[in-house]
Design a protein around this ligand. Sequence first.
Ligand code: CDP
Ligand code: CDP
Length: 222
Amino acid sequence: SSHIPVITIDGPTASGKGTVAQLVATELGFHYLDSGALYRLTALSALYRGIALDDEQALAKSVESLNCGFKDGDIFLDRENVTMSIRAEEVGNTASKIAALPAVRKALVDLQLRFREAPGLIADGRDMGTVIFPDAELKVFLTASAEARAERRYKQLIDKGFSANMQDLLKDLNERDARDANRAVAPLKPAEGAYLLDTSDLTVNQAVEKVLGWYAVTKQAV
Ligand code: CDP
Ligand code: CDP
């Protein structure tokens, strides 16, 4: 399936990957992979099943029987609609911890590759351009200041009806950044040839336009 075009968008938490990727996907009529959701689903399932969060083998094994579904923007685990519950901070923090375990990452590779379907895919996460889709047509690395990202996450959580505290969010965010960037396997870093985009002072639409513009140029070059 290597002829099917892929756009990767990687970056730290709340840099706007998901928002931008979904809008670009809609614009291009592409499929969308929210790879973070897979780590969140694995985390939620481990919390449900009572699997110890440091039991690497059991966690990796649990991926084999991970019964998840994606439909019209909704996400399911064992037929339960978990679209909202996987966004809880506890689930995000657990996801970030188990994402540091090599066997867990390995167990999730095939599942991610299966999202590559015609006419194209836009995938967001931490290692989409570096590890999962190294042959992507276009690779983007989004950044934004920690303050801008904490503020965005705060607004999102409040809008979804969760409670949130700026101080805690900023602390979590810095911890998660450090864990993502410093882990041995698939650390967060721009892929070779990635376009860097700091969205601190950009609107969502400005970021989307940038990505679409880069993709148009990339396509012309092929
Ligand atoms: O929304 P946020 O950016 O905080 O997280 P996410 O994209 O939903 O991913 C949840 C966690 O999974 C992140 O904190 C990462 O540690 C991990 N992750 C990863 O390691 N690799 C990916 N490709 C995607 C997510
Ligand atoms: O996927 P990731 O964790 O990188 O971020 P997200 O879930 O897309 O959340 C980013 C939030 O910041 C959303 O509420 C966006 O509306 C907002 N935002 C953005 O994504 N990009 C900007 N340039 C400005 C705001």
